[in-house]
Write a protein that binds this ligand. Structure first.
Ligand SMILES: C[S@@+](CC[C@H](N)C(=O)[O-])C[C@H]1O[C@@H](n2cnc3c(N)ncnc32)[C@H](O)[C@@H]1O
Length: 286
């Protein structure tokens, strides 16, 4: 094939604009991966000619992106909480909005001393994004991440090993089925919460993510309801439950928390100003 420069590759962003809000960034990320350089290099060396192998890889990646495949799947990686995580099509690609869950956990336990020992359970851990991010901030905590799918558990375990977080256990579990009688100071989850009829399921990156990670019955609330109901039994007294949910599910989720007996129930908004995480504390037993 003919030689191609970094600048010519970047110009191809125009061809992605109808399908991606971040066309230019997408191309930059592909080039950084192929050249094994950072973005500054691309601006400093626009006339750099890609080797024939690099050019072939670039065009292959570019065509995959053009057919709609998410950048994270093409690169096999996505950053979350500044941690590089392996991703694949067995689960959700971690979203920046989910970092709110991690921020809230840190906020709720901000008064703890540095040595304070705590336990944390992450339900539907996916890549391990949430549990590994919390572990990176709280090295003295004991944490468990569970997922229903064996392929997803293998992915989360791969990420756990790569980051060398010995205080995190990854287990296969259908929600609480493999948890036995353990109780936790905090339970977090970003469960499937999209209504199966939602037309957005046929648009953009979610087309490449499994329905098992996205949809739930009862207009998206079935798994949230189960976790609120059963989660109570797996929390220590005064423990916290934090759940991510859809932008229009805040009131319904607060109602579920309150009906189950949780106190100090609140919802926080995400980067886009949408209600995104509801949390509450286990009060007196009902
Ligand atoms: C929305 S994804 C969240 C993944 C990850 N926590 C994140 O925030 O990026 C939901 C995850 O829940 C898992 N899941 C679905 N049903 C489950 C169940 N019954 N028990 C455990 N995990 C389940 C899916 O496999 C998927 O990995």
């Amino acid at each position: 094939m003919n030689s191609i420069t970094v600048a010519q590759c970047l110009q191809l962003a125009q061809e992605l604009e109808s399908l991606s809000d971040s066309a230019r960034l997408d191309i930059e990320l592909l080039l950084c991966h192929i050249l094994q350089k950072n973005r500054t290099y691309l601006f400093t060396w626009p006339d750099k000619i890609l080797s024939p192998e690099q050019a072939e890889d670039f065009l292959q990646f570019f065509n995959r992106r053009k057919s709609g495949e998410p950048i994270a799947h093409i690169l096999g990686q996505r950053e979350f909480w500044s941690l590089p995580l392996a991703v694949n099509n067995s689960t959700l690609i971690p979203r920046p909005d989910t970092e709110l869950l991690v921020e809230l956990v840190l906020e709720l336990f901000a008064e703890d001393s540095v040595q304070q020992h705590r336990t944390c359970l992450d339900l539907g851990t996916g890549t391990g994004a949430i549990v590994l991010a919390i572990a990176s901030e709280k090295p003295q905590w004991q944490l468990v991440g569970v997922d229903k799918s064996a392929d997803v558990v293998a992915l989360a375990e791969k990420n756990r090993r790569a980051l060398q977080f010995a205080q995190v256990q990854i287990r296969q579990s259908d929600w609480f089925s493999a948890i036995s009688a353990q109780q936790f100071d905090v339970i977090v989850s970003n469960p499937p919460y999209i209504d199966p009829q939602d037309p957005h399921l046929d648009q953009g990156d979610v087309r490449f993510e499994p329905r098992s990670a996205l949809i739930a019955d009862k207009h998206g609330l079935a798994d949230i309801e189960l976790i609120v109901q059963q989660g109570w039994n797996y929390l220590c007294e005064q423990g916290w439950l934090l759940l991510e949910h859809g932008y229009d599910q805040g009131q319904a989720v607060r109602d579920l928390f309150t009906a189950r007996g949780f106190v100090q129930v609140q919802t926080r908004t995400d980067l886009g100003g949408n209600e995104r995480v509801t949390f509450g504390r286990k009060g007196e037993s009902v």
